[in-house]
Design a protein around this ligand. Structure first.
Ligand code: SAM
Length: 202
């Protein structure tokens, strides 16, 4: 690819990211007005898990995000049908969402269920769990915030444990039991399930 095309592509991607962050900032300023902490699900898919969790935890305010429009639409439908006033679902990319989150709002609990495992080695760089993204999550969490991670993929399970153990902001916890069971859309199709828990260090 010619150099000037690469530069233009990079500039376009940066402009699109800035526009997405600006749009999310405006949405979140209204949606989270007066709040200081949220229960956050990254990659909520069709919203099965977070809608049920929100119904069972009325004292928590929950936010689910996903990249895929029709999945977010189905999630919003669950919120509407359930008349749930303590959960919102947004179409957003996670790093853009975290950048747009109002400074006074922190992540009280973090849930990641069945993230894309990117099983081929050459695609591992696409996995959401990375040192940089764990730093970003930690920067929006508070001391004691628990990160809950569930996968069916043995390699991604090991990868996540290793990345968390190597990260100065997170402390891996022993198996403490998944706090709320509700089958997700993907879990219905999975044969295996492995959990990783960590706490934001003091
Ligand atoms: C395998 S699906 C699992 C969905 C849901 N948690 C479940 O168990 O049914 C992974 C989801 O993460 C979303 N996703 C992947 N990367 C993301 C990102 N950077 N920001 C937001 N969502 C993301 C995808 O769009 C997809 O819906």
């Amino acid at each position: 690819m010619p150099e000037h095309t690469k530069v233009m592509g990079k500039e376009w991607a940066e402009a699109r990211r800035e526009a997405n962050v600006a749009r999310l900032r405006a949405t979140l300023a209204t949606a989270l007005a007066g709040r200081t902490g949220i229960t956050f699900e990254l990659g909520c898919g069709h919203g099965h898990w977070l809608a049920a969790y929100a119904a069972a935890h009325p004292a928590e305010f929950c936010v689910g995000i996903d990249l895929i429009t029709h999945r977010v639409e189905r999630s919003v439908r669950k919120q509407t049908l359930g008349k749930l006033d303590n959960v919102i679902f947004l179409k957003a990319e996670a790093t853009e969402f975290l950048e747009a989150l109002p400074p006074e709002v922190s992540l009280a609990k973090i849930f990641i269920l069945y993230p894309d495992p990117w099983p081929k080695k050459k695609h591992h760089k696409n996995r959401f769990i990375s040192a940089a993204n764990l730093s970003l999550l930690a920067s929006r969490a508070t001391a004691g915030t628990r990160l809950h991670f569930r996968t069916d993929n043995a390699d991604y399970f090991a990868w996540t444990g290793e990345h968390l153990a190597a990260h100065p902001c997170w402390q891996v916890e022993p198996e403490i039991g998944w706090p709320f069971e509700q089958k997700t859309f993907f879990e219905e199709r999975m044969k295996d399930r492995r959990d990783v828990f960590a706490r934001r260090a003091e």
